[in-house]
Design a protein around this ligand. Structure first.
Ligand code: CAA
Length: 283
């Protein structure tokens, strides 16, 4: 199948990064969000990010303009009907994702691949909501999408070999490396990353060290580009909590228990960078 038009569902941090990346590599992108303001904010964000690339001499003005022209914001899922590939990047909530998949299944061609950027939820369970479980797959991008080289490609129980190959080749056409994993909670990326972040939060919760010091230990001592608490703020503390809950529920082991301090911050609305406050403050 020749993928020319991609629909991205959700114009948040991940959805806009995914949109920018596809448009940069000459795909036509339909960008959908149920909230009008989020849709215009998302497109504006892509414009600003790509203007920075022009200023840095990494893209010409003409390339930037045509990149933006390849993005068509749409306000209904039905308008995604001509997509060959859909990448869903809505909120990490299984019920919401199921509704989106049911609606997509009814309006796009039976050959269209339905991919989800979920960071931990079951691909197999989502696929079961559709009449094409063989065409459903996980396509998990990392944040910031235009910069990070990995796409974790997750095979659901019924994902066909053809679907897997098309998605792998599509990820490679974006100059990313596709790594194949099976469908288990948190896949590999978040099964390894989130317990690290959760443990860093436990270190603060138990008074072992201040957030800055935990981060210094991991950046200076382990050469991580960002400390785990800054990274948690960057990912979103609500997302971190929801992934830990998926791991805890999915494996039933105490080692995945979310730290009470993480839960407290989320309840307070301290969601990290996007809300202006998490383990750090952002103006
Ligand atoms: N969008 C686009 N480009 C961005 C960006 C963004 N949000 N943030 C940074 N960049 C670009 C910068 O423009 C810069 O580009 P140039 O080299 O061309 O100038 C480059 O990235 C490096 O940025 P900086 O010099 O400003 O800062 P840095 O060297 O600290 O790098 C970083 C920033 C790439 C984000 C780096 O800190 C890093 O790798 N952090 C860890 C990121 C990470 O772990 N991501 C995975 C999160 S987990 C996830 O996404 C999955 C999940 O399910 C939760």
């Amino acid at each position: 199948m020749n993928i020319q038009t991609v629909a991205v569902i959700g114009a948040g941090q991940m959805g806009t990064g995914i949109t920018q990346t596809f448009a940069q590599f000459h795909y036509n992108v339909l960008l959908y969000d149920s909230k009008k303001e989020q849709l215009s904010k998302g497109v504006e964000g892509i414009r600003k990010q790509t203007e920075k690339l022009v200023q840095k001499g990494k893209m010409t003005q003409l390339e930037q303009e045509s990149l933006i022209q390849r993005i068509v914001p749409v306000s209904t899922i039905k308008e995604c009907r001509n997509a060959n590939l859909v990448v869903e990047a809505a909120v990490e909530n299984m019920d919401i994702k199921k509704e989106i998949f049911q609606e997509l299944d009814q309006c796009v061609s039976s050959q269209t691949i339905l991919a989800t950027n979920t960071s931990s939820l079951s691909i197999t369970e989502l696929a079961a909501e559709t009449t094409r479980p063989d065409h459903v797959i996980g396509m998990h991008f990392m944040n910031p999408v235009p910069v990070m080289k990995l796409v974790e490609v997750i095979r659901g129980l019924a994902t066909s070999e053809e679907t897997y190959q098309i998605v792998k080749e599509t990820a490679e056409s974006l100059r990313k490396t596709a790594v194949e994993v099976k469908d288990y909670p948190g896949f590999v990326s978040n099964r390894v990353l989130m317990p690290l972040i959760n443990e860093a939060i436990f270190s603060v919760y138990e008074g072992v060290a201040a957030p800055e010091d935990v981060d210094h230990i991991m950046t200076l001592g382990m050469n991580h580009p960002m400390g785990p608490l800054k990274l948690a703020d960057f990912i979103g503390l609500d997302t971190c909590l929801s992934i830990m809950e998926t791991l805890h529920e999915g494996f039933g082991e105490d080692k995945y228990r979310p730290c009470p301090l993480l839960r407290k911050y989320v309840n307070a609305g301290w969601l990290g960078k996007k809300s202006g406050r998490g383990f750090y403050r952002y103006s």
